[in-house]
Design a protein around this ligand. Structure first.
Ligand code: FAD
Ligand code: UQ1
Length: 449
């Protein structure tokens, strides 16, 4: 149950006082030592950490709520990426340059951009630490995303210096996917899925369907043996869409190897080593002509063992209100949280509307009525002009917006993904005006859902 009681404003300090009292990360002697070197110079009503999809969206919403000059966002990167486009970049259907904008252009006017990395959390003193100082807040929103961990696979990331291997998950490697596809001669095309949480769980297979379509279009598909080597035991977590995908996999002559976890890449020999998830130590080596790697992923280092994280390192929030379970003036959104739903920008859209309401109520010391239902969506690109639009909630049941069967491959949904979504992201989500399709779903289903 989320806490909506009065926030202890005795703890609400405009300067992080009593610097020797508490360490930045749970009071170890090391952090005590480090904390004592800093003094807080800055205070904001709302501090947002991480300026990706969730952070920019919430900074826009919070600025509207509390006014100009009262919100700060901490984000080190000069460039903001619309990551969902990378599926199409890897498949050669969009240019990488079209997926980015300068971070400066995405920060709402009146929001202070602090171009730094967050180095520690001290929620007992309402402070966070950046390089050489502390910043204090009344409300904190954590939106740090998820960390890619290529280095957990032996031979990576240095293996990306060789050809035939790519990954749509990183700006550095996404164009290598398209190159590997164009250069495909003869052999295995292997697509992997790791044994960790990932963002956009459909993306590891979307690029497989595009690659299949590309080689068919170019008359080279008969020279390829397609394999989806996944750590999981199912192709997708929602039965309706899993059934549809298995049909496509059968039609397109793709082999699925469940419980196969990529542990090593010998890029000089074009070999990939997989471990049997159910029998660790048992490995199989596959030769590849093209390898698409979905890396293991995990929480950001700064969250691991921090007071705002759960035992796994994810920001520990109430799954309906997004309020922190221990610190009532701390909130989390997006990939960095332990919300038990699939990590997507679509989920962030729905979360942002709920979090906006939650924070309004917390500010007025009232109880929450807003309730996040786990809505998430994954446009499963199955061809250069086809998408199955998966939408579902915490119960892993479909929660579809349109009054048509979204389990079918549709051209209209491809246009939505490729042409409408980027516009919606830059102009509506990041500006804080898109709270997900919930209200439209109700209209489209004439109140029946
Ligand atoms: P991010 O947008 O990743 O932002 C996190 C931010 O935190 C970054 O800007 C980073 O620089 C910053 N940061 C990290 N560490 C620190 C630190 N210590 N201090 C300060 N800042 C820090 N979603 C969909 O809805 N539909 C799709 O079709 C889709 N397809 C995808 C395809 C691919 C290939 C990928 C990679 C993702 C896809 N997604 C899709 C997922 C979507 O992009 C993410 O879920 C979304 O961007 C998550 O937003 P976020 O704010 O949680 O994290
Ligand atoms: C969505 O809201 C969103 O965020 C802006 C996405 O990320 C790019 C999506 O992929 C999807 C599918 C949605 C949901 C929107 C509709 C209209 C179903």
């Amino acid at each position: 149950m989320a806490y909506f009681g009065t926030i202890p404003w005795s703890a609400h300090v405009h300067h992080c006082s009593n610097l020797l009292r508490a360490g930045v990360s749970s009071g170890s002697s090391r952090s005590l030592h480090m904390t004592s070197r800093y003094s807080a110079k800055e205070y904001y009503d709302v501090v947002v950490v991480g300026g990706g999809a969730g952070g920019i969206t919430m900074s826009a919403r919070m600025k509207r709520k509390v006014g100009a000059g009262k919100v700060a966002i901490i984000e080190p990167s000069e460039t903001h990426y619309y990551q969902p486009m990378w599926t199409l970049v890897g498949g050669g259907a969009k240019k990488l340059a079209n997926s980015s904008r300068p971070t400066a252009s995405t920060i709402p006017s009146g929001v202070k951009w602090i171009k730094s990395e967050v180095k520690g959390f001290d929620p007992d003193r309402n402070c966070i630490r950046i390089d050489d100082k502390e910043i204090s807040y009344k409300y904190l929103i954590i939106s740090l995303g998820i960390k890619l961990q290529f280095e957990k696979i032996k031979g990576l990331p240095e293996g990306f210096n060789y050809p035939k291997i790519g990954s749509n998950y990183s700006v550095k490697t996404v164009e290598k996917t398209w190159k590997a596809l164009q250069d495909f001669k003869k052999g295995n095309a292997i697509f992997t899925f790791p044994n960790t949480p990932v963002k956009c769980a459909g993306a590891p297979q979307k690029i497989m369907y595009l690659s299949d379509a590309y080689l068919r279009k170019n008359g080279r598909r008969s020279d390829a043996n397609f394999m989806f080597n996944t750590s999981l035991g199912v192709i997708f977590g929602v039965k309706k869409y899993a059934d549809a995908l298995m049909e496509i996999i059968k039609e397109r002559n793709i082999q699925v190897n469940f419980k196969h976890n990529l542990i090593e890449v010998r890029a000089d020999k074009q070999e990939a080593v997989f471990e049997n998830v159910d029998n660790p130590g048992e490995t199989k080596v596959y030769q590849y002509e093209m390898l698409h790697v979905t890396p293991p992923m995990g929480p950001q280092d700064v969250l691991v063992n921090s007071p705002v994280a759960d035992a796994g390192g994810w920001v520990d929030v109430d799954k309906h209100t997004l309020q922190h379970k221990k610190y009532p003036n701390v909130f989390g959104i997006g990939d960095c949280t332990n919300l038990p739903t699939s990590k997507t920008a679509a989920a962030i859209a729905a979360q942002s509307a709920v979090l906006d309401k939650t924070i309004s109520l917390v500010m007025k010391n009232q109880s929450s009525t807003a309730k996040y239902d786990g809505y998430t969506s994954c446009p499963l690109v199955t061809n250069y002009n086809k998408v199955i639009l998966a939408e579902f909630d915490y119960s892993s049941q479909p929660l579809e917006t349109f009054p048509i069967d979204q389990g079918k491959e549709r051209r209209s949904m491809y246009h939505m993904k490729a042409d409408l979504m980027p516009f919606l992201y830059w102009n509506m989500l990041l500006t804080g005006y898109w709270g997900g399709p919930g209200p439209y779903r109700k209209i489209m289903h004439l109140g029946m859902k």
